[in-house]
Design a protein around this ligand. Structure first.
Ligand code: ADP
Length: 464
């Protein structure tokens, strides 16, 4: 059974029970009320009927007058003489005859009672009252006045009819109201259920708009938020999966290239027709490619460690200037070989970071600067800014155009793949830089103008 039908039936049954209970109670109450009113009425009527009958003369109109009294009062009248024998019985019905003689117990009770005597018997179908008569003109001694209880309960028929009609109308109204109301209540439940089913089935694109301020509205909002979160998580997962797939494809590609070159060199050497100079050339090529694979694996291991272990970094306070001077010395000859000037600032700043990793950052940035600069100057500076130390590497090289800047730190991303490989690059240098600085809660920034040069910089906490 649907929730809507359940709700409708609950309302209908509850209201039918309620209405039936109230109607039954009302009818019972009215019956009792009518009976006690009837009892009071018969007592009063018996007394004035007694007065009327006491004054009747026994003549040819006696019967007619008695009948008239019975008719106008609506009671059945039975009159007994002083011996207790039935004297008159009006109106006369064969099937409803008065006793020929009055019960002697009742007769003595009447004699001992002042006013009328009501005999109330719940099992009896009639209400009966007696009174003693003081007659002069007729021999009547006892008057019995009775009426059927059915006559007293007569108004109930109308009341019952009114109540039952009202009940039927109410049930009809209840049916309409409960069906409408249950529809109103169950509609959002059905909508929520459909939305939850959609989400469970992976369809998170739909958004639920209930336009209600109650709990259903809040629930719909929560469901929408849940769907939105699932949607963005799914997108994130998809991106991650694509990134990973791309990453593996890149690794394969990066290894296949040098392996091909090495295999080619070995094949040439195996031919045995090369002079010493050529042999040396192929051996050198194979050696360079081996180094390249070696570097690639080293970088990959480093990246993997940063990805899985945040504790890899061991911070301590050290003078950044020493690191700058050390790297400048290390790369001085390489820069000179290309005819480049390598400058390094000489200002001391105490920073808190992992010195080895920061040296690796500087090394990667400087080696890139040398790789991608054909003439001019490479500078490495440390300076203070807003309470922090800014470390920057500047070059006057080929620069990087705007469209590459966003993906520059992605693994294996190069602005010019062939050129980078020619220069022995793995395409992981800047990813390693980013990972190291991420682990330091710092960021790597770049600004560059193609043909003019580039500037890479990052900040470290200053403890000078
Ligand atoms: P690679 O091993 O190719 O140097 P990196 O991750 O270090 O890998 O650098 C990614 C790419 O960014 C390089 O291939 C190059 O295209 C560009 N790049 C990095 N540094 C510079 C720079 N100083 N000047 C111009 N281009 C640069």
């Amino acid at each position: 059974m649907s929730i809507r039908a359940k709700l409708a039936w609950t309302f209908i049954l509850l209201l039918i029970f309620g209405i039936t209970a109230i109607s039954s109670y009302s009818i019972l109450f009215i019956r009792n009320y009518l009976l006690s009113e009837g009892e009071q009425q018969i007592i009063n009527d018996t007394e004035w009927l007694a007065i009327t009958i006491q004054n009747l003369r026994v003549d040819e109109d006696f019967e007619t007058n008695l009948n008239e009294a019975a008719r106008t009062s609506g009671y059945r009248l039975a009159i007994y003489d002083e011996n207790g024998i039935l004297f008159a019985d009006v109106p006369y019905y064969r099937e409803l005859q008065a006793d020929e003689t009055i019960d002697t117990n009742i007769a003595s009770l009447i004699r001992n009672t002042e006013g009328s005597l009501l005999l109330s018997d719940a099992s009896s179908e009639r209400l009966t009252s007696y009174v003693g008569l003081e007659t002069i003109h007729n021999p009547a001694k006892y008057l019995q006045v009775s009426i059927s209880k059915g006559q007293i309960y007569e108004p109930i028929k109308t009341i019952r009819w009114i109540i039952y009609t009202g009940m039927l109308i109410s049930i009809g109204l209840v049916l309409i109201v409960s069906i409408t109301f249950s529809r109103y209540i169950s509609k959002p439940i059905l909508q929520l259920e459909a939305a939850a089913r959609d989400i469970a089935g992976g369809n998170t694109s739909k958004s639920l708009n209930l336009d209600r301020k109650d709990e259903f509205g809040t629930l719909a909002e929560s469901l929408n938020r849940m769907a939105e979160k699932l949607r963005s998580d799914n997108l994130e997962l998809k991106k991650l999966y694509q990134k990973q797939a791309q990453f593996f494809a890149d690794i394969t590609h990066e290894i296949r290239n040098p392996l091909h070159t090495i295999a080619g060199s070995i094949e040439m050497l195996q031919l045995g027709q090369l002079d010493e100079k050529q042999q040396k050339k192929y051996l050198l090529t194979a050696e360079r490619q081996t180094h390249r694979i070696n570097r690639l694996f080293k970088d990959l291991v480093t990246l993997q460690r940063y990805d899985s272990d945040g504790q890899f970094i061991q911070k301590k306070r050290f003078n950044i200037n020493q690191a700058i001077q050390m790297i400048a010395e290390l790369y001085d000859s390489e820069a000179s070989e290309k005819g480049l000037k390598l400058q390094a600032s000489n200002r001391s700043f105490t920073v808190e970071a992992d010195p080895d990793k920061i040296e690796q950052v500087l090394e990667n940035l400087i080696s890139n600067a040398i790789k991608f600069t054909n003439s001019g100057t490479i500078s490495m500076n440390a300076r203070e800014d807003n309470g922090q130390v800014i470390v920057e590497v500047l070059d006057t090289g080929i620069g990087i155009s705007e469209e590459h800047l966003e993906r520059l730190f992605d693994r294996f991303y190069r602005t010019d793949k062939a050129r980078s490989r020619d220069k022995g690059g793995t395409g992981l240098g800047l990813s390693v830089v980013k990972s190291i600085l991420d682990a330091h809660n710092s960021d790597i920034h770049v600004e560059s103008t193609p043909g003019e040069g580039s500037r890479f910089w990052f900040t470290l906490p200053n403890f000078s």
